[in-house]
Design a protein around this ligand. Structure first.
Ligand code: MD5
Ligand code: FE
Length: 203
């Protein structure tokens, strides 16, 4: 099924299910070189979501702010290459959602444990808001919060399940969004974890 979440965002239920083995192998290859870590926010908090990156550019948060970097600050090395399975899935999903020619250069990989949450935010560190963002959910289900263009706008709640892919583009690209605190609903394959990765054009 393909469900509109907003005017230019769409949930592709189970779209990634045929590729789960290749996607998890990709996550393992990335985290072997760039492990998950809990980053600090500019406001002095530690994120409850652990993250890493692959691709030419990776998203980083620390006391100085949010930005994309070419090197992993933990190792000083370039971020691991984006697995080919990530690129192929993202290009196909973007094209199906009406964004042909997607050329991603960055992928932020988030790891959620029970209790982890992502408070309402916008993704504004990318150069070109005309490019979509493709999100892939694996493991435990999450309740996704989809707000408006202002932080105070009421947010709708949408469950995201193992294998779901979401494409965000156009007018929906800068909407506030977040993830409710995770319940412990262990997944047969991933246990008490949720992995979400977002494939982006950041540069
Ligand atoms: C997640 N990750 O479930 C979400 C899925 C992040 C993040 O929010 O920044 O890592 S991506 C949801 C998203 C991305 C870009 C735009 C919009 C939503 N949106 O306009 O609602 O870990
Ligand atoms: Fe986000």
């Amino acid at each position: 099924g393909c469900v509109a979440l907003g005017p230019q965002s769409v949930v592709l239920r189970g779209y990634a299910l045929p590729m789960v083995d290749a996607l998890l192998a990709g996550v393992d290859a990335v985290t072997a070189r760039a492990p998950f870590r809990h980053m600090e926010t500019p406001g002095g908090y530690t994120m409850s979501v652990a993250l890493t990156n692959c691709g030419t550019l990776g998203w980083t948060s620390d006391a100085r702010g949010y930005r994309y970097t070419r090197q992993d600050p933990l190792s000083g090395q370039p971020w691991p290459a984006m697995p080919e399975a990530f690129v192929q899935l993202a290009r196909a999903a973007a094209a199906d959602a009406g964004f042909p020619g997607f050329a991603p250069d960055a992928c932020l990989v988030n790891r959620y444990e029970p209790g982890s949450r992502l408070s309402l935010h916008q993704d504004r560190n990318e150069r070109d808001y005309g490019a979509p963002i493709v999100s892939v959910s694996l493991g435990m289900p999450a309740v996704f919060l989809f707000g408006g263009d202002a932080r105070a706008d009421k947010a709708s709640r949408t469950p995201l399940f193992h294998g779901d892919v979401v494409v965000w583009g156009g007018a929906d690209r800068l909407r506030y969004h977040g993830v409710m605190p995770m319940k412990d609903l262990p997944h047969p394959r991933l246990g008490s974890l949720r992995i979400n990765f977002t494939i982006r054009k950041a540069g």
